[in-house]
Design a protein around this ligand. Structure first.
Ligand SMILES: Cc1cc2nc3c(=O)[nH]c(=O)nc-3n(C[C@H](O)[C@H](O)[C@H](O)COP(=O)(O)OP(=O)(O)OC[C@H]3O[C@@H](n4cnc5c(N)ncnc54)[C@H](O)[C@@H]3O)c2cc1C
Length: 293
C-alpha cells in the first residue's frame, strides 16, 4: 500500500518549522528519520496533508555536556547514541539500550526525538528517559517548555506535545560516578520490540541501593517508574524484601494482552526483570529467579 497524497516542505530552521506547524495544525506531521512515520503513512494509519521535513536542521543534532547536564539534540540518531563518547561516560544506560532499537538500517536513520514523540510503549528510549530523570525540551508558538520525562508520556502513541510544538532536545543530569545501570528486554528476536523490558539507574553503596529508578516498558500504556523500587532503597536486601517489592510491582502494573504475550506472562516477566536487576547490580545470585543477569 502507498501513502495518501501529501504536500512536502523542507524546513529551513526551527522558526520556519514552527510557522508551518502553526499554519497547518494537526493536518501537518514532522518528519525526522521517517522510520515510524513512513510505515504508518504507507499503511494509511495516518494521512497528514503536509510533511514538514526537519532532517536538515543541524542545530537539532549532537550531544553536549555542560555544568553536569548532558544535552542531546532531537535529531541525534540511534547509531549516534551508540557511538557518542559523552553518552558512554555520562549516560551508559542509553548507549546500551540504543543497541536494542530495531536493526542497524533503522538505527542509522531513526532519531531520539522521533522515538520520544512517537511514544510506543514498547520502545526502549522513552523508558531510559524516565529512568535517567530527563527533561524533554519542546518549542511552540508560546515559547519553550521543559517537561519531566515522567509527565511527557501520556499513553499509547500519546505525549504532552501539541501539534504545533517541536521536540528540540533532552537534558539529562550526568550520572554520578558511583552509579550503575541495568537494561534488559525480552523479545522474540534481537531487534524486535520488547514483550517486557526494564531500564534502571541506581546508586549502590556497599550492598545497599541508595537510589534506584526502575522503569518498566512494554507492560503498560507508557513507561512506568516503579514505586516498588522504593522498598529496596536504603535497606539490606533479603529474599523476603524482594518478594514484597515484587508484590507491589504486581499491583502497579496493568500489562496489555496481545498476540505476543498474555498479561499474566508480561507480569511474570516484569517480576523476573526486577529480580534480575537487583541480583545483577548487587552481585547477589541468590536473589535471581531464573531471569537475566
Ligand atoms: C522494522 C522496524 C522495527 C523497529 N523496532 C523498534 C524497536 O525495537 N524499538 C523502538 O523503539 N523503535 C523501533 N522502531 C521505530 C524506530 O526506532 C523509529 O526510528 C523511531 O521510533 C522514530 O524515530 P524517527 O526519527 O524515525 O521518527 P519519524 O518516523 O520521523 O517520526 C515519528 C513520529 O514522531 C514525530 N516526530 C518526529 N520528530 C519529532 C520532533 N522533533 N518533534 C515533534 N514530533 C516529532 C513524527 O511527526 C511522527 O509522528 C522500528 C521501526 C521499524 C520500521
Amino acid at each position: 500500500m502507498k501513502a495518501s497524497a501529501f504536500s512536502y516542505a523542507r524546513a529551513s530552521s526551527v522558526a520556519n518549522t514552527l510557522e508551518l506547524l502553526a499554519a497547518h495544525g494537526d493536518r501537518a506531521k514532522v518528519l525526522s528519520g521517517g522510520q515510524s512515520l513512513m510505515p504508518a503513512m504507507n499503511l494509511r494509519l495516518i494521512a497528514p496533508e503536509l510533511i514538514v521535513d526537519i532532517g536538515g536542521l543541524t542545530e537539532l543534532r549532537g550531544v553536549t555536556v555542560r555544568d553536569g547536564i548532558l544535552t542531546i539534540g532531537a535529531l541525534t540518531r540511534h547509531v549516534d547514541l551508540q557511538r557518542s563518547p559523552e553518552i558512554a561516560v555520562h549516560a551508559p544506560l542509553l548507549k546500551e539500550a540504543a543497541a536494542h532499537v530495531a536493526h542497524p538500517a533503522i538505527r542509522n536513520r531513526g532519531t531520539l526525538g522521533g522515538s520520544l514523540a512517537h511514544a510506543d510503549p514498547a520502545s526502549e528510549l522513552p523508558a531510559c528517559m524516565v529512568a535517567l530523570n530527563a527533561s524533554i525540551i519542546v518549542r511552540g508558538p508560546e515559547g519553550e517548555r521543559r517537561i519531566a520525562a515522567e509527565d511527557f508520556f501520556k499513553g499509547i502513541y500519546e505525549t504532552d506535545l501539541s501539534p504545533q510544538e517541536l521536540l528540540i532536545a533532552v537534558e539529562l543530569p550526568v550520572v554520578p560516578k558511583n552509579s550503575t545501570h541495568f537494561f534488559h528486554e525480552f523479545s522474540r528476536r534481537q531487534g524486535d520490540y520488547a514483550i517486557a523490558g526494564l531500564a534502571a539507574q541506581a546508586v549502590v553503596a556497599g550492598d545497599v541501593f541508595t537510589d534506584l529508578r526502575m522503569t518498566f516498558f512494554a507492560v503498560g500504556d507508557r513507561p512506568l517508574l516503579a514505586t516498588a523500587a522504593n522498598k529496596l532503597v536504603n535497606v539490606p536486601i533479603t529474599p523476603a524484601g524482594l518478594s514484597e517489592a515484587s508484590a507491589i510491582l504486581g499491583s502497579e502494573l496493568d500489562p496489555p494482552e496481545d498476540q505476543q504475550a498474555s498479561a499474566v506472562m508480561r507480569l511474570h516477566l516484569a517480576k523476573v526483570l526486577m529480580a534480575g536487576c537487583v541480583s545483577t547490580l548487587l552481585g547477589r545470585p541468590d536473589l535471581r529467579v531464573g531471569g537475566p543477569g
